[in-house]
Design a protein around this ligand. Structure first.
Ligand code: FAD
Length: 285
């Protein structure tokens, strides 16, 4: 069915903090975000299991204390079927119903790729072992994954995840809405019929954004890059411009039928809330 017919979901992503102070800040942040009525809070996972304990701790805290379902990310590179099974059984026992199922990237210094090569294998494994217990989210790349041999192959690989049993997808962030709409058209032509929710990265810091974007294959359009460069260290100007640009992007996506938005919050609430307010998503309980 068309993307616009799926119920709209708004969700927020966190990373597991390292310090107790960071953990307390995250607890405060997630409380502040309740006004946008998130469908779930997701928590990233370091490929190779580097954040395993911290991710689990944050997930269980969200699940038990926030009133919003927690959704752990799970990467499969450099892991085994038994370790994945064990973690998922643990999550299941704690009432978790949704997982973001990913391949991840091989951590530097690690050699053994483990028992899964790609995310579609993880999705298939979870379906085999846990039936329909988990709602499975997978990653989608409107501007294509940096390692994809070509766009067609990347789409085909996305389809493998859907065929293996993914229920919905979250995209890598992007600032060009046409890339998303084109990607949706291509998916529709292939018969892919799941909600594909745009991932939204608020803009706070140009240097950091440029570094992330180079690594993950997201394009910063020239007009945005030039404006951000021109602000230098003027954080207020970057914030104000970023708020305008990203709010306009979100408006275009929702008006064009996107089935919700997934905010990469970076554990900060300010811009996610400001954007949500401009979109009219903040309503009293
Ligand atoms: P895949 O879908 O397996 O794709 C990886 C590459 O392999 C692509 O180029 C694809 O075209 C190709 N490919 C896929 N299947 C096949 C196949 N069968 N044969 C040949 N080629 C194939 N990373 C983390 O470490 N932790 C996180 O918590 C995390 N969360 C994320 C959340 C979202 C919403 C997104 C978009 C990304 C996230 N990432 C995270 C980053 C992600 O792990 C990387 O982008 C990673 O490089 C790819 O993961 P994937 O699940 O998309 O892999």
């Amino acid at each position: 069915m068309p993307q616009s017919d799926w119920p709209k979901t708004f969700s927020c992503e966190f990373f597991p903090p390292i310090t107790a102070e960071g953990f307390a800040k995250l607890q405060a942040a997630r409380q502040e975000l309740l006004v946008m009525h998130p469908a779930y809070f997701s928590v990233t996972y370091g490929a190779g299991g580097s954040t395993r304990d911290r991710t689990v701790e944050v997930v269980l805290d969200i699940q038990a204390n926030s009133g919003v379902p927690a959704t752990p990310h799970l990467t499969c590179i450099a892991s085994t079927r038994s370790s994945v099974r064990e973690l998922l059984n643990y999550y299941k026992a704690h009432g978790i119903r949704r997982i973001v199922a990913l391949r991840g990237d091989m951590p530097s210094g690690m050699r053994d790729p483990g028992e899964f090569r790609y995310a579609n294998e993880l999705v298939g494994f979870i379906r085999e072992e846990f039936g329909d217990h988990f709602h499975l989210e997978v990653a989608a790349y409107p501007e294509y994954h940096p390692q994809a041999s070509n766009p067609e192959q990347d789409l085909q690989n996305f389809q493998r995840k859907v065929d293996a049993g993914a229920n919905s997808a979250i995209t890598q962030y992007f600032y060009n809405p046409d890339a998303y709409f084109r990607f949706i058209d291509q998916c529709t032509r292939r018969g892919i019929d799941i909600p594909i929710v745009p991932g939204i990265m608020p803009i706070t810091n140009f240097t950091q954004l440029a570094r992330f974007s180079d690594a993950c294959g997201a394009e910063i359009p020239r007009w945005i890059r030039k404006k951000l460069e021109s602000f230098g260290d003027d954080r207020d100007a970057i914030r104000a411009f970023g708020l305008d640009a990203v709010s306009a992007l979100c408006r275009t996506l929702l008006d064009g039928g996107a089935p919700g938005l997934h905010f990469y919050t970076m554990n900060q609430t300010g811009l996610t809330l400001a954007i949500s307010e401009r979109l009219g998503l903040l309503t009293a309980n």
